[in-house]
Each structure stands twice: as C-alpha cells, then as structure tokens.
Design a binder for this molecule. Sequence first.
Ligand SMILES: Nc1ncnc2c1ncn2[C@@H]1O[C@H](COP(=O)(O)OP(=O)(O)O)[C@@H](O)[C@H]1O
Ligand SMILES: [Mg+2]
Length: 353
Amino acid sequence: MRRIEFHNRVRELKEIMKILDVEPSLITFVYGPINSGKTTLVSHLIEGLPEEYVVFYINLRGRFISDYRDFIKVLFKIEREKNYKEVLKTISEISAETLKFSGIPVAESVMNALFKEKSYEDVFEFLEEYFTTIAKNKRPVLIIDELQVVGDLKIDGLLMYKLFNFFIRLTKELHLCHIFAVSSDSLFIENVYSEAMLDGRCRYLLVDDFDQETAAALLEGHGFTDDETAVAWEYCGGKPVCLVEMIYADNREQIAKDMLKTRITQLKDLLDYLDYTKPRITIGEDEYAVEKEDVIGIIGRFADVKCINDEGLNRPAKYFLIKDNLLFLDPAQGTIKPQSRLNLLALREVLRR
Ligand SMILES: Nc1ncnc2c1ncn2[C@@H]1O[C@H](COP(=O)(O)OP(=O)(O)O)[C@@H](O)[C@H]1O
Ligand SMILES: [Mg+2]
C-alpha cells in the first residue's frame, strides 16, 4: 500500500514545541480550513514527542454526545484489570517509552463511579487529581480534536463553559497540563475568539493549506513535472488532501478538472436551492432568513481577490456560507476566504454564468 510521508510543517511544529517547552499557562486553539492537515499535524507531533510527555488525544469527530454518559464515554477509556492507583502508577512511573493514549485510561471501577456521580464538578475534580499525579514525574498534554462537537451541548448548563473553566484551571491557574483544542469549524472559533471568559487565557495557532513553495516541494518529491505542479497549484492550491489525491492519480490533470467540476455542480445546486427556500440562521437569540441576493453579494466579492475583510457583510448570508463550508473565517486576522482553491475557482465560474 502506498502511503505519503508527513510533509513539512516545520514552522508549526517549532511553535508547538516552544509552547510545550514552558509550563502550561494558556489554552492553545489550533484552527484552520477543513482538510488543511490539523489532525495529521497533531498525530505527527504526538509520535515524535520525547518521553517526558504523556499525551491524551481525544477525537470527537463522528462521536455522538447528547448527555453526561456519552461525554464520559468519549473522555475516558477503561483500562481493564487495573484499579485507579495502578493506572496512575503505570502512567507516572513507566519511562521506557513515550506514553500516548487515545482517551484517558481509567480502571473499570473508576468509570462506573464516574457514571454514577453525574456531576461535572466530580469529573473535573477527578481529572485534576489525575493530572496532578502525572505531573509529578511527567508532563501531561491533553489534545481534544473537533472540540466544536460539544459546542452547543447543554447538559446541566452549557458544557462548553464548564470545559473552558476546567481548561483555564489546568493551564493558567495550576500550570499542570498543556491543552490543545483543535477545530475546523470557524464559527466555533469565532465564538471562542469573542468569548470574554477566554480573553487573555488562550492563544491561536493557524494551520493553513501549504504555501506554493511547500506544495511544490511535496509534488516534486513524487515525480511531478513542472507542468503538472503548475496544474496542481492552479486547481488545488496548497490543500494537502487535494494534492495527495493528485499524487495517487493516473491522469493528474483529469482528476484536477473532475474535482473542480464536482465543486461547480455542488455550488450551482446550492444556489438553485436558494431559489426555492430561505434557510434560517440563528444569530444570538433570533432567527434570520438567508436571502439569495446577499449570498451572491458575498460570493461576488471574490471575483478578483482571494481573501476579503470580515466587515460589513450580511451576517445571515455570511454564516450560511461558512456553515456550508464554502467560506473560512479567520477571526484572529479578521478575514474570510474560500475553504479551498477549488471553492474559489467554483465561485468564480458560477459568477461568470
Ligand atoms: N503534513 C502533511 N503531509 C502529508 N499529507 C498531509 C499533511 N497534512 C495533511 N495531509 C493529507 O491531508 C489529509 C487531510 O488532513 P487532516 O489532517 O485530516 O485535515 P484536518 O484535520 O485539518 O481537517 C490527510 O489525510 C493527509 O492525506
Ligand atoms: Mg481533523
């Protein structure tokens, strides 16, 4: 089976290592357009971390969480035949290998106790003690991927606020555990960005598509001619997932054209749909109808630029386009751009018709 090796991300990895090198004091939000390589970067990072780190990686993608029990299930993983003390002992004393866990390992008895408690305060108290024990010998790192999955979840109040409070406690107050929250959902990141309780308590790390030089280096390594590299950049830009698809393809130019054709069809269909219905978008407490002309108005802004300022745009139409993964909002830079080069080309093509 062919597999493409991890490519570059030198700057991002350096930045993360700099964060990991000092005691935890801020929550790190890793964000970027969809399929830009956030999960791949984090997985690569975990593989290469020195032994002093104990990593807990939890990916909420595709996980269904509707109540307290579901939440406990995604957070923890039962470590059979070990009691709580033994699990902690294992984690804090083993030094032969780097410790990486998907889910936080606990004994079955602990899991059962957590199920019974039904209070977040108890869970967070337990976790605080857990990380304190680990931190005596090691440096715990907690990574939650696709955190927006629990973004709107209300279980006994908004779960997100409790989680943020807990993260602040582990970083800013106790300096106990590094926290990385990863998300492709830019509306979620925008909420985080404007959340007063996080002000001065977090930092943002953008993992964007590759720049032209980095993309070209990847393709060169896979035997692309200059012409093929030019086609790849024209259609895929620096979107890793798209470049990988081209690397595997027999007819590279054809696959690029096919990908664009698909995107154009999807976009035309979306605009056609707006002729018949006005989707509703909730902003604050109120619902607003999305007007097709406002959507076209925003799309039209990309006729000759790749990126626009996130100001003065019709909000329901903007949120609709972001929710639909056509546009990516970068709240830290106050800009909006298509999620991918393919999306940009499709937008322009549809505008021309
Ligand atoms: N640094 C990289 N080197 C090689 N391939 C990559 C890299 N980053 C991403 N990819 C490719 O792009 C795909 C999508 O990346 P992923 O990490 O899932 O994106 P995200 O988590 O940002 O949505 C991966 O499955 C992989 O094939
Ligand atoms: Mg991901």
